[in-house]
Ligand binder design. Sequence first.
Ligand SMILES: Cc1cc2nc3c(=O)[nH]c(=O)nc-3n(C[C@H](O)[C@H](O)[C@H](O)COP(=O)(O)O)c2cc1C
Length: 355
Amino acid sequence: MSLYNAVMRRCLFALPPETAHRFAVSMLHRGAFLFRDADTPEILQTELWGKAFPSPVGLAAGFDKDAEAWRGLVRLGFGFLELGTVTPKPQTGNDKPRIFRDKTTKSVINRMGFPGKGLAHFKKSLGGKPHAPIPIGINIGKNKATEEFDEIVADYTACIRELNGLADYFVVNVSSPNTPGLRALQGRAALSALLSAVIGEKKETVPLLVKISPDLSEEELEDIAAVVGETRCDGVVIANTTLARPDELPKDFAAQEGGLSGPFLRDVSTAMIGRFYRMTEGKIPIIGVGGVSSGEDAYRKMRAGASLVQLYTAFVFEGPYFAERLNFQLAALLRKDGVKNCRDIIGIDSAAYMR
Ligand SMILES: Cc1cc2nc3c(=O)[nH]c(=O)nc-3n(C[C@H](O)[C@H](O)[C@H](O)COP(=O)(O)O)c2cc1C
């Protein structure tokens, strides 16, 4: 770790988590951390939905909710970014404090509840179709106050209508645990109606994905696989944060309400990726996320069936140059196993996750 990185990390960790996050976003907005563009090994170049990704490792949703830091983030070695979750209207989210870090296990619990400046600000901040060297996805949600199903559908379709043409892919977020009723949209009938409506609204060529929870039962996962196939949804993001609290977590930390992210999510989400890949015979692209904190973690998720991988919590703990380091770790593992390109390993271990 460079001296600059070590000092910066110390300063950020001395601040309350949300203040540190706001500070990091504003630094990235101003171009701090960017002495040079990150290098990415060629073996990681991949393609999905006809788009080129310099690396399969991207930044997960939630870090840049209002599209304010993407101009800095695109230079840090990520192969793609997912901005949002954006909701139609601005909203304050849950009461603070609402992000909690545990340094010993490198885990985070958050109960943000989609705070954000709303669709109009997001669009302005994006400033038209991003001229970015990497694909940029946009993750969309509903406002907390929107409760009737028809209005919920209208919230999602409003986001698509307003942002059509600006994203390389969209993600329908129905899995954050911090918005009451949101996860119920993962049920078969509700999800089918929601995805059909949203797909009808978007431009033909823009892929639309759905982001799901790691706390689903096997039956619920099968229902989602069926709906994704029926509605011709273009992919799934597996997974959001979990309500589970492993025994290894410090008691005070575990007592916080919200979604847990970081290392404890890793194997749960990897196994879910493997099962979903098998259920859908590898025909539905998967973005794998949850507890990725090394090249090895990304490698396992791709071997389980993920075409692309994302991370968030490790970026918080490891700092701004982490994506570049992880890319080199992943490239080294691929070379060691004699693999020519990262695409060649997608799903090769998926059978190991069958129940
Ligand atoms: C502070 C925080 C805020 C998040 N906000 C969102 C969000 O707005 N939308 C979303 O789909 N996921 C959100 N997530 C979930 C992440 O995108 C990711 O799915 C999850 O954290 C697991 O990955 P990780 O273990 O690498 O962090 C958030 C996660 C954290 C830690």
